[in-house]
Design a protein around this ligand. Structure first.
Ligand code: SAH
Length: 217
């Protein structure tokens, strides 16, 4: 390990605690989620040039015109998905660099994740393997279609903003499943929690958020 890398490692123990405290102050309550925010080495999900800023509570660029999600939003979404979660399998749409995937992975049995940029997916698959995360299955493709093969899913988490609720994702949610998804145009998105009760879908708005769009096709 180089001195620079060690330096980052040393500051990050303190800076990670500071990040966790900040999320606590902002209302994140799940100790399991907060522990994951502390554990997951977010500096390994961004370019080395941005590593020193990895524990700030903000989104950062990761290339391909995409971003790594803000820790608060990742914590909020994970907490909302898992509160009252019954089951095992989660479908994730918008893998990106895999930070959300890594935070969620130890808290559920299995994640199926779909990303439309194959190059990003390839790097992320390797990154998660390097972090000893093995309960994730990856697929390049269009998230609007979901991933019917392994459905229905007990949870669905969408990390790009959809213009409206994707019908195919609703149909891939199990009878008591939960879905967390940002809905709306750029700059005006609501983080929605959709809870399925057999044929009924209950929707509540959790927060205002800002995501890159869930692109069509
Ligand atoms: N989950 C990531 C953030 C993802 S950013 C994190 O934890 O940091 C949103 C991602 O959604 C981008 O990688 C983008 O390429 C992907 N995306 C956008 N539209 C998509 C679609 N229709 N299907 C699958 N992935 C999509």
């Amino acid at each position: 390990m180089t001195e620079t890398r060690q330096g980052i490692g040393m500051t990050s123990a303190r800076t990670r605690d500071r990040l966790v405290q900040r999320l606590r102050d902002q209302g994140i309550r799940s100790e399991a989620v907060l522990a994951q925010i502390r554990e997951v080495p977010r500096h390994l999900f961004v370019d080395e040039a941005l590593a020193s800023r990895a524990y700030e509570d903000r989104a950062l660029p990761i290339g391909h015109n995409q971003t790594i999600s803000q820790p608060y939003v990742v914590a909020r979404m994970t907490e909302a998905l898992l509160d009252g979660f019954e089951g095992e399998s989660v479908l994730e749409i918008g893998t990106g660099c895999g930070y959300q995937t890594a935070v969620l992975a130890p808290l559920v049995k299995k994640i199926y994740t779909v990303e439309r940029i194959p190059e990003l997916l390839r790097k992320t698959r390797q990154r998660l393997r390097d972090l000893d995360i093995y309960n994730v299955q990856f697929r390049p493709g269009d998230g609007w279609e979901g991933w019917p093969k392994y459905g229905p899913y007990d949870g669905i988490i969408v990390t790009a903003a959809a213009s409206k609720l994707p019908e195919k994702l609703l149909s891939q949610l199990s009878s008591k499943g939960r879905m967390v998804i940002p809905i709306g145009p750029p700059g005006l998105q609501d983080l929605m929690l959709v809870t399925r009760m057999n044929d009924r879908f209950e929707q509540v708005s959790l927060d205002a958020v800002s995501f890159v769009p869930l692109v069509h096709g």
